[in-house]
Ligand binder design. Sequence first.
Ligand code: PBG
Length: 330
Amino acid sequence: MSFPVTRPRRLRQSELLRSFVQETRLSPSNFIYPLFVCPGSGVKREIASMPGNFHFSVDRIGEECREVAALGIPAVILFGIPEKKDETGSGAYDERGIVPQAIRAIREAVGKKLLIVCDVCLCEYTSHGHCGLIKGGVVKDGEVDNDSTLKLLARVAVSYARAGADIVAPSDMMDGRVAAIRQALDDESLSNTAILAYSAKYASAFYGPFRDAADSAPQFGDRRSYQMDPANQREALREIALDIEEGADMVMVKPALPYLDVICRARQEFNCPLAAYQVSGEFSMIVAAAKLGWIDQERAMMESLIAIRRAGADVILTYFAKDAARLLAC
Ligand code: PBG
């Protein structure tokens, strides 16, 4: 049956009808809100490249988390900015480091009302800005050494889990890190701590604003010897399969909007929960264009989030989480 009997516009006549036949829905319960924790006290400092996002000191992060929980957002992911950086990123696995302190402060503020996810990586903590150790110490253009980095990543994960993290999320892209982290957690009787693996993480230009925010831009070279080539889709499926085999409880595709095909394939091929990270550049592009009056920020935000859900992501890590949750509550 075709026109004039069939008229797709019939179901688009009113907001009520449109909402009635909506295939994909967005809810604050789909979101993870990223937070940056920094040294000092009384700090709530806006990040220039990411308007509306802040660096919080440990004493200010609890109040922010109460607000996040009140909006119906179930989880935050923490990124730490250490006092000082060194060659081995020791600030990352310091049991009294910035992230363990933040975890305790958040628990005190909101109890079990929020899931605390912690990004596990060395790049915010290393003087050279790479996600792992440099072979033979820091020599310019040295190679990021996979196997010696695994032990450190496992230590980072254990220190976050001990401090009370619900989920650890390795974002370094070293081979074998999920297995190393699972083993270390289980050895420390932390078998209830879940792993959200950044499985298909691409070497992307869209991380620009984050590297500014976390002061984690590599001091030499780039991350293309460990993060994925944007040209590759099948390889993403291999990465995801390996991480699941190694013990990942949830997997992630990152960035999100430029990689909707990868999200879609991953949803079809795997049954475990799938996350997608709408990264800093995706966020800041929308905000910047809106500031210039070239785009409607709210509509572009909601359209990008629903697109990521439509492609198949269960969970979205997004800097828009609070804004979108507020809008969804109306
Ligand atoms: C750490 C890490 C990065 C992001 C999340 N974890 C930066 C990077 O790989 O350079 C990017 C997040 C964003 O851009 O919002 N490895």
